[in-house]
Each structure stands twice: as structure tokens, then as C-alpha cells.
Design a protein around this ligand. Sequence first.
Ligand SMILES: NC(=O)c1ccc[n+]([C@@H]2O[C@H](COP(=O)([O-])OP(=O)(O)OC[C@H]3O[C@@H](n4cnc5c(N)ncnc54)[C@H](OP(=O)(O)O)[C@@H]3O)[C@@H](O)[C@H]2O)c1
Length: 504
Amino acid sequence: MSEPTHPLVPQPCTLVIFGGSGDLARRKLIPAVYNLLLDGILPPNYAILGNGRTPLSDADFRQTAREAIAKYSRQKISEKVWPDFERRLFFVAGSLQDPKAYKALRQRLEQIETDLKLPGNRIFYLAIPPTSIADAVEGLRSAGLVQPPSSEGPFSRVIVEKPIGRDLDSARKINEAVSRVFDESQIFRIDHYLGKETVQNLLVLRFANSIFEPIWNYKFIDHVQITVAEAEGVGTRATYYEEAGALRDMVQNHILQLLCLVAMEPPHSLDADVVRNARMEVLRCLRLITGKDVEKYTVRAQYGPGKVKGADVPGYRREPGVKPDSTIETYVAIKLFVENWRWSGVPWYLRTGKGLAKRASEIAVFFKPIPQILFNANPEAPLDPNILVMKIQPEEGLTLRIICKVPGTKAKTNPVELHFLYGEAFAVPSPEAYERLLLDVMAGDASLFMRRDAVEASWAWITGILEGWDTFGTKWLPEYPVGSWGPVEANRLIESDGRAWRTL
Ligand SMILES: NC(=O)c1ccc[n+]([C@@H]2O[C@H](COP(=O)([O-])OP(=O)(O)OC[C@H]3O[C@@H](n4cnc5c(N)ncnc54)[C@H](OP(=O)(O)O)[C@@H]3O)[C@@H](O)[C@H]2O)c1
């Protein structure tokens, strides 16, 4: 097995979780740290200090953490390891709007660092509503909790969760608030898709194999499809979703980042900024979709009532917390172009939605058809194209569709699929995205995080579509039955080009 040239060295630190009493902390963050510990890759010395308004004691927080790990962790509670983990968990209650809360936080933090002999390295995780981000960073600055970047002293880093804004203006405001307190080198903007194994494997696939890169361009690739499908409806997230919709929730961050990894030029090193420059360059090349073009290049829709596994399921506008006349899209499909030499004329089709037939995310690269001779001589029955599929969830792996001869005396052919699944190929289970990302922050590696310019460039592109929809969008969105594969309009978007969505 080959090792990276710069192995990560996570440093001893305290992880301060603002929103320590919240859902993200329970479901993802605390289990992630625990799994890193069980895997033996957490720094030997560490602590977690949670914060929230709920008046939890350390004992309450430890109990909540244990329950969360029992429920959400990929590895079970180990009674051998638990006592040492538990004694490193602390909670300090207080409101982000209350200056006294930061003084209490500072005292608690210093006490923990003294007691556990921690070197003063601090990671502030903002797992809080975006409206409180400015208060949180300003509170940290006023309380003297943020050290400037330096190669010698202890570090201060901040992790910012999505959503970073709901359009370009609001994203800029959040970025400016964080940048007033932290240097860009200290800011880690999470897009948890970048922490997934398959997503990281995209770079390895493209740049550690000799067979893909020569054909990774407009000469050989017909088109690319990116699908992020969710079977679930809006669930308990209606308040957030009514302000967001599918374009903001999924395309602005996750899908555009996937696109960047598929489309980017080879970086000259794995240095964080070199990789991020290469991703950023793709965002600069996206053809804008503005004004009336939204009608031609985008489809938005909402899930209506339907049946799932025989049971009646309500449509989006009947979900708890959703306005009965809501025009928020739960589905979006987009056709776009990356206007550079490599991708000249290659369409990219993106689709994402809630209430779809199943949960599945993948990137499918369709190669051009072979000449119409030999096995492809019959124009009435053209051969299926080769497709390379990178599966992101629920399974992580790769599929390559090739054409094979059917056994027998006739020269009959059939498409077959070569499969590689992480779960089967390697004896070790894949870590959760948050595990990898937290470890990277402890090590100071920002490659898998969003830089400010990328966040704002993707919002600038998305805002063009949002404004087009405001001006030219129809008031009532097309509906698709919950549990289906989306609206007929999305089929027309791709079928009018003589192509079809992949059946997942
Ligand atoms: N949950 C997820 O899977 C997920 C995924 C991606 C991104 N995110 C993002 O992560 C952030 C947190 O999400 P969540 O699902 O954990 O939300 P949540 O369950 O509502 O938790 C919010 C947390 O923020 C704290 N909080 C809110 N206002 C506060 C204030 N004024 N002062 C002090 N603490 C305050 C809450 O503490 P108290 O209730 O104790 O006051 C709670 O711990 C959001 O920005 C969300 O969009 C979440």
C-alpha cells in the first residue's frame, strides 16, 4: 500500500463545539471524534468543550454523548476506552449573544487546558444557526480567545458549517464577519461531501491511473450526469428548507464541488491551495445561466402526494411547517457547460431532489459512441456507450460499463458492469466524512475545505439562476409524485438532446 507523501499530523487540541447541545453535534461530531479515538488516530491529548443555551452539566453532556454514540456511531461503545474519553468531555452553558458567556467559556477552557496539560490549540466548531455566526466570532475575539496565525504558538482555527448564506450578498456578509476575526488560513468551511471516500478517490482515480486522464476531455466524453437523489421528504427541516430549496441546499455546495473535482485540471501538487486553485478555476469557467435562459437550462419542481411502499404520502405543501402556497423547489435539474478547452461543448446534467424513488448519489461519465462499423454497424440498434460511474451513496465505489460478447456461436454483444465497492475491496470500513474532516482541521490541512473565493464564486453562479427564476419562473411549479424520479420536464431537458437520465 502506498502512503501519501505528507501524512497528516493532527495536533493535541481542544474542540469547542458551539451548538454542542444540537443535532449535528450529537449525530456527527461527537461520534466522529470517538471513532477517530477507537481507530487510534486522534492526537493522544484532546478535549471537547460543548456550548449551548441548554443548562447542561458536564455529567449531562457526557450522558448525551454516550447516547449519541450508541445511536449514531459506526463503532460500538468500548467500555475499555469510554472512561478516558468521557473525562475529556465538558459543557459550559451560555448564549452566543451574551458577552459574559465568552468569559465563562474562556475560564473553563483555560482550566481544562491546565488540568489536561493541553498546549492551547483551539478549534471552534460553529454548529449553530448562520444568524449567530457573527456574534460567535465577535464574542471569541472580544474575550481574547483567538490567536493570530503563527508557526510557533498554539493555533486557533474555526470551522464554519453550511449554509454559508442564501445568496451572494448574505454569503459575503458571513465571510466578512468571520474574516474580521480569523485569517483565511484559520478558516475551515465544511462541505461534508468533500470528506467522503469516493469523492477523495476522484483525484486518485484521475491522477494515479494512466488510463483515464488521456480520455478525460471533450474528444472522448459525450456528457456527464451528476445525481444527488434523496428518498426522504423534508421531514423536520421545513423551517430551513422553506428558506433554501434544492438549488441552494444541494447544488450551490455539494454538486458544484463534485463537478469541480471531475472537471479540474491536474494540480501540480497536493498542497491545499494548489488543489483549491484548480477547483476554483472550474467555477470561473461555468457558463452563466441568467434571465430567460433559466427556462431553457433549468427545471424546478415540487413533490406532490403519492404512494411510497403502498402508503399514502403527502405532497410538500402538506408537510408540517411548509406554507400551503410554497413555491420552494424540492427538485432541480440543470444543463450547464464548463467553458474551457478540455470541456468544450460537453453538456453536464445535474439533478437533485427530495421525495425521489431512492437515495442515491453518483457521478456518471458517458463516453462517446464508437464508429458505426463492426459491432456497431446497425444504426437501428446502436451499442450502449461506455459509462464510468462513481457511486457516492449509499454505497461508495465505481462501476465501469463495457460491451462484451455473449457466450455462444453468434457475435452477439451485451453491456456488462465491472464493479468495485469500497466495502468489499478493503477489509477496513470507510470512515465517516466528518471523521476525516475533523482530523484534517487538527492537522491544519485545508485541501478538503471551501475557500472564501470558491464559496462566493458558486453563489454568484447560483444567484444568476435564482434571479432568473424570480423574473421568469412560473408561480406554480410542476409537481412530481413523491417516490418517482422527478418531473417529466426534467426528462425533456435531457431527452431533447437525444440523451436520457441514467436509471438508478
Ligand atoms: N444537523 C445536520 O445534520 C446538519 C448538517 C449540515 C449542516 N448543519 C448546520 O449546522 C448548524 C447546526 O445544525 P443543527 O442541526 O445541530 O441545529 P440544532 O439541532 O437546532 O442545534 C443548534 C445548536 O445551536 C445552539 N444555539 C442556537 N442558538 C444559540 C444561541 N443564541 N446561543 C447559544 N447557542 C445557540 C443550540 O443550543 P441550545 O438549543 O442549547 O440553545 C444548539 O446546540 C446549522 O447551521 C445547520 O444548518 C447541520
